[in-house]
Design a binder for this molecule. Structure first.
Ligand SMILES: *Cc1c(COP(=O)(O)O)cnc(C)c1O
Length: 507
């Protein structure tokens, strides 16, 4: 009986080896072919077409299907209708083309299927994660007392920052042990400050952690879209006057929309003076730790009590891959829990490392291998150059857009985000009309599949956004795309103008 299963698992038999090769060769060929077939980032099919195309292949069979058939179905229905994120014209979100070493590492990660919760389930992998965390804490500029853990991404890392800060504040101010006793009544007074451009997961974490979204107080941003320290001081004074208790400040190194980097040194000084936990959300800008030209912007990262860094954004790792760091390893005690079957206290005495103690997850992926293989194969030097090149490209793109009178550029890029909008030649003062044209431009390009941009709202106005993560993008491509956007905007303006005339004729 067991024999029919053999070929479906990794096993020393020839059937198993043959099957593993057949499957892997097939999927690698499938993906490698896409690199040629995907001449644009998206098929341009409609939602209805894609849904029905995918539904076609979703019947789950009782008996096995032929491998070739399955591969064809997956290719035609799923792969071809996916966003081809490795295409340089896919530049909507903080969503990166993955590096090949990361993809290769995934094959090993999946086959080994180590679980990073306890040493006995990841004997070698535990040291890879531990050493990579150590390497990164050094790069940050932290002392030996720092520590960290791999996470599923920025959401989880920010959640951990709020969690540790909250528990510590309750201990410090109310002598409450939240992990054991739950939140004390006074916790209603706790407040978190962050800029209006901070990521929404700060509020989401506050909501999930029993503080409520209203516990997050938004600090104004300056004209460079950075946290305004003066406004924070004012808000802190007001909060204290109302009997409320600010306990945490979240700075952002690389805001999601603008890529703006808060003045970490100034915020650290404020946090120090006001006894606030400083968390820096460097999900995006954390990659500057390896930049040759812009490293100074994150020089003060080491002043933070905790830090979020994502590797599945500007570190070009496949999803998911992120980390959370603390300046003092002792702070992980706020979430320590000893499960007898997994990480008994005796293990600690014997020096056995069970990473579950620093994580909000139990079973956890061996994502650290992706970064290790990436840096071993390409080196941190080239990695830094890649990051610098994309920033250069964004700055150049902003310059090109500014040269055209039909575009308004909202930010001077510090990372790779360019926020802009098309201004029609007439009726520029008509807000609704300008918004509509920009929405139409974004939609038109998504529907054609040739250029994927994001849309966002700033100060109530619709803007377009390039998030230019792809190091294979070029200024020549941007020139072509900008010209196309200009033409599309003019065409839409003309059509709208005709509609208006018709409208006025008929009315
Ligand atoms: C992307 C992002 C997050 C959320 O991270 P995920 O990895 O998507 O969970 C948080 N903060 C910032 C600044 C981000 O750019």
């Amino acid at each position: 009986m067991g024999k029919e299963f053999t070929q479906w698992f990794l096993h020393p038999s020839d059937e198993s080896k043959k099957m593993y090769h057949a499957l892997m060769d097939n999927v690698i060929t499938l993906i490698a072919n896409q690199t040629k077939e995907m001449t644009q980032p998206f098929s341009g099919k409609t939602r209805e077409e894609i849904e029905s195309k995918v539904r076609e292949i979703l019947s789950i069979p009782v008996a096995a299907q032929e491998m070739d058939q399955v591969m064809n179905e997956i290719e035609n229905s799923i792969v071809r209708n996916s966003l081809w994120i490795s295409h340089p014209s896919a530049m909507a979100h903080l969503h990166c083309p993955p590096l090949l070493p990361s993809l290769a590492a995934e094959v090993i990660i999946n086959a080994l299927n180590q679980s990073m919760d306890s040493w006995d389930q990841s004997p070698a992998a535990t040291y890879v994660e531990t050493e990579l965390i150590k390497f990164l804490t050094k790069q940050i500029g932290y002392s030996h007392d720092a520590d960290g853990t791999f996470t599923t991404g920025g959401t989880q890392s920010n959640y951990m920052g709020v969690l540790l800060a909250r528990n510590k504040a309750c201990q410090m101010h109310f002598s409450a042990h939240v992990q054991k006793e739950g939140l004390p009544g006074e916790a209603r007074k706790l407040r978190i400050l962050c800029s209006e451009h901070a990521h929404f997961t700060v509020q989401k974490s506050a909501a999930q952690l029993g503080l409520g979204m209203d516990a997050v107080v938004k600090v104004a941003a300056n004209d460079r879209h950075q946290f305004c320290v003066e406004d924070a001081k004012r808000k802190i004074r007001q909060l204290r006057k109302q009997g409320l208790l600010p306990f945490m400040v979240v700075a952002t190194a690389g805001t999601t929309d603008f890529g703006s980097i808060d003045c970490l040194g100034d915020i650290a000084e404020l946090a120090n003076k006001e006894q606030l936990w400083l968390h820096v959300d460097a999900a995006y800008g954390g990659a500057l730790l390896f930049s040759h030209q812009h490293g100074h912007l994150v020089r003060d990262l080491c002043l933070a009590d905790s830090i979020t860094i994502d590797f599945h954004k500007l570190y070009y790792q496949s999803i998911s891959c992120g980390a959370f760091f603390v300046k003092h390893q002792q702070d992980f005690q706020q979430i320590a829990y000893h499960a007898e079957y997994l990480n008994p206290e005796e293990d600690l005495e014997e020096g056995i490392i069970n990473l579950v103690e620093k994580s909000v997850q139990t079973t956890k992926r061996f994502d650290a291998l992706k970064l290790l293989m990436t840096w071993k194969l390409i080196g941190t030097d080239l990695f830094g150059k890649m990051v610098d090149y994309t920033i250069h490209l964004a700055k150049e793109t902003a310059r090109l857009l500014k040269k055209e009178s039909c575009f308004e550029v909202l930010n001077e890029p510090e990372l790779n985000a360019v926020v802009f909008r098309f201004l029609p030649s007439h009726h520029r003062e008509n807000q609704e009309y300008v918004d509509e044209i920009n929405l139409a431009i974004q939609r038109t390009f998504y529907q054609s599949g040739e250029l994927i941009m994001a849309k966002t709202k700033q100060g109530g106005k619709v803007y377009l956004k390039f998030t230019m993560l792809n190091p294979l993008n070029t200024i020549d491509n941007m020139k072509v795309q900008i010209e196309k956007i200009k033409q599309a905007g003019e065409k839409i303006e003309k059509e709208q103008g005709e509609n208006r005339r018709e409208y006025s004729v008929y009315c």
